[in-house]
Every structure is written in structure tokens, then in C-alpha cells.
Design a binder for this molecule. Structure first.
Ligand SMILES: Nc1ncnc2c1ncn2[C@@H]1O[C@H](COP(=O)(O)OP(=O)(O)OP(=O)(O)O)[C@@H](O)[C@H]1O
Length: 327
């Protein structure tokens, strides 16, 4: 994307990130509020599948409203003026943050909180009849209070409408490797991988190629989480292991995982109450069917690390620091 790109209503300051489909700018809106502006790359606009994926991300980000889903402030789904305005998170994605931490790991309460927030976001999406399909630290943003929000709805779709199955190889469930449909249970599997990563310090399955990872996910069993981190509660460890069950129906719901994580934090989990976004079920994410950027067919190698106001947007940098808390 050329550096002279303009988006009416915003002042673009500098590029803060680049993904497979978009360039991300730090910008200010008309009220001088800092935002992150996602602008599709020229090649994204040229390839129908990629353009539709970007459009899907814009539409669903603007549609869903939940405290732990990165909200859309404004956006244009298609065409040369396509963009998406979302909160700016100064620390970048959770995957950017983790390597900067001592030992690459979060203190246990911080990890439990982030995972509980992601589980809460998934509980909401699943309640809406949607699946996310790309749960991983690259798509989680954490504000200075340590609260997390799930991002990147580009691959999400409503199960009633059907959609193109996809995922990221390190986080992808056995049924997706088998070429079967994704479901809420596939998202829970990805959350289970993240539980190992954040609570155990490493992902349970390794591999240098797509094939190696596929074999690992299909045939191996994860080590007991307690053997990686004895401080994790038995219930949370058990649920992380169950989340990685090979058969989707053996996995817990996202809500059961959320409840266990909150209990481990010493809280009494309350039921989540939602107002359905208007027309959420009726509006098909038109691009979902054609997607497959990370799908088994689309990718031959692993992609290693490679709010509305009520959502956990970023807050003042001085107020919260993982590094400070660690000391
Ligand atoms: N809201 C944000 N605040 C701060 N940094 C961000 C924000 N959104 C994205 N970034 C940075 O930009 C990078 C690229 O963003 P992102 O991964 O969302 O792009 P993408 O093109 O949608 O990705 P994909 O590769 O999944 O298509 C992120 O890794 C992160 O470092």
C-alpha cells in the first residue's frame, strides 16, 4: 500500500504492522483520538478471495459487540476505499508481547485472565451461532489493565449459513486437518492450544512442516499440563486437556472453560447475558464461503508466529505493564 493513502476523516501517522492482507496504520480521528486503521494491501484488493475476507472482517467487526471482541469504530468493506478503524493497542498483539516477557511467559493470574476473556468472547460468538476459526495469540490484544480482546473476524462465519473451513496449522483441530467442517468445538481446540502456550509455556504440538503438524495433531496426545506448570489448578489443567480431545464432541464448551478459568482466579462465574446484534443470524458473511487463507488446501507450511467504548480498548500506557507486574 502506498504511503500516500488517505482515509477521509483520519490522519495517518505511521505504519505499525503488516499482515498477510492489510497494512495497519496508527492514525487519529477527527477528535484526535488514536486508532489503528487496517487498510487492505493492493494485492488483497486484486484477489477476490482476499478482498472478500477483508470485507468479511469489516462487516463482522462492525456487527459484533462484546467486551472481549475488538470493536470496529468505522469501516468500508469493499472497494478501493476499504478500511477498518479499531482501537490502537500500543503493545501490539499478544504474540508480539509474549517474547518480550521474562521467560516468554505471563504471570499465572495474567494468563488466566487473558484466557478467560478469550473464552468469554468465544462463548458470545458461539451463542450468536458463529465460529471464529482463527483463535491464536496473533489475534488477541491486551490492554494496560491486562484485559484481552479477540480480533480478526475475517475467517468467522455463521454456522447456519455454512462457511469455508480454515485455521492456522499450530492451532487447527484434527477435524479441520481431516477436511471436515469447523464448529464451536474447533474454536475450543484452538483455545486449548493457547491454554498450553500461556499456562504451560509452550504449545503442545511441534512441527516444521504442515505435514508434521498434521501428524502431531491427529495422532499425539498433549503432555499433562500440570507436568509443565504445577501451579495450574487441576480443573483448569483437565479442561485444557479435554479441549484438545481428538473428537469435537468430547471437548468442553467455551463457557465451561471460561467458568473454570474464572474459578481459578477466585471468582464466581456469572452467566453471560447478551443482546444479540440486530440481524446477526440473518446477515450472511458473504465472503466466508470463499475463504481459506489458512485452510489445509491453501497452505503448505505452518504459519509460525508467523469497542465500542465498553470493550477493553487500550488504556494509558503508564497504568498497566506486564513487566512492572512481573517484578
Ligand atoms: N489494533 C491494533 N493495535 C496495534 N497494533 C495492531 C493492531 N492491529 C494490528 N496491529 C499490528 O499489525 C500487525 C498486522 O495486523 P493483522 O495481523 O491484523 O493484519 P492482517 O493482514 O489482518 O493479518 P493476517 O495475516 O491475519 O491477514 C499485527 O501483528 C500487529 O502487530
Amino acid at each position: 500500500m502506498s504511503e500516500d493513502r488517505t482515509i477521509p476523516g483520519y490522519t495517518l501517522h505511521r505504519v505499525i504492522g503488516r499482515g498477510n492482507t492489510s497494512l495497519v496504520w496508527l492514525a487519529t480521528d477527527a477528535r484526535k483520538k488514536e486508532v489503528a486503521l487496517k487498510v487492505p494491501l493492493p494485492e488483497t484488493l486484486r484477489v477476490q478471495e482476499a478482498a472478500e475476507r477483508f470485507g468479511n472482517e469489516v462487516r463482522l467487526t462492525l456487527k459484533f459487540r462484546h467486551p472481549h471482541i475488538v470493536p470496529g469504530y468505522a469501516g468500508t468493506a469493499f472497494g478501493p476505499k476499504a478500511f477498518l478503524a479499531i482501537p490502537y493497542y500500543p503493545r501490539g498483539a499478544l504474540s508480539d508481547l509474549l517474547p518480550q516477557l521474562p521467560g516468554g511467559t505471563l504471570p499465572l493470574p495474567d494468563a488466566l485472565r487473558i484466557l478467560a476473556d478469550v473464552a468469554s468472547a468465544l462463548t458470545y460468538l458461539h451463542h450468536q451461532g458463529a465460529v471464529h476459526q482463527d483463535v491464536k495469540p496473533q489475534n488477541v490484544y491486551v490492554n494496560e489493565e491486562g484485559r484481552a480482546a479477540l480480533a480478526d473476524l475475517g475467517s468467522a462465519y455463521f454456522t447456519a449459513q455454512g462457511g469455508q473451513t480454515s485455521g492456522s496449522p499450530f492451532y487447527m483441530s484434527p477435524e479441520i486437518y481431516h477436511g471436515e467442517s469447523s464448529s464451536a468445538a474447533s474454536d475450543v481446540y484452538s483455545l486449548g492450544i493457547m491454554m498450553y502456550e500461556l499456562l504451560g509455556g509452550e504449545r503442545p504440538y511441534h512441527g516444521h512442516t504442515y505435514e508434521e503438524l498434521m501428524v502431531a495433531h491427529l495422532t499425539r496426545f498433549p503432555p499433562p499440563l500440570l507436568s509443565l506448570n504445577p501451579s495450574v489448578s487441576r480443573r483448569v489443567a483437565r479442561l485444557a486437556e479435554l479441549a484438545l480431545a481428538k473428537r469435537p464432541h468430547d471437548r468442553p464448551t467455551a463457557d465451561a472453560v471460561r467458568r473454570a478459568l474464572l474459578s481459578a482466579l477466585g471468582e464466581t462465574p456469572a452467566d453471560e447475558v447478551y443482546e444479540d446484534p440486530e440481524g446477526a443470524q440473518e446477515t450472511a458473511p458473504v465472503s466466508a464461503r470463499q475463504m481459506g487463507r489458512h485452510g489445509p488446501q491453501a497452505e503448505g507450511r505452518p504459519t509460525e508466529a508467523t469497542p465500542t467504548p465498553e470493550a477493553p480498548g487500550p488504556s494509558k500506557e503508564s497504568r498497566w505493564s506486564l513487566f512492572k507486574r512481573r517484578k
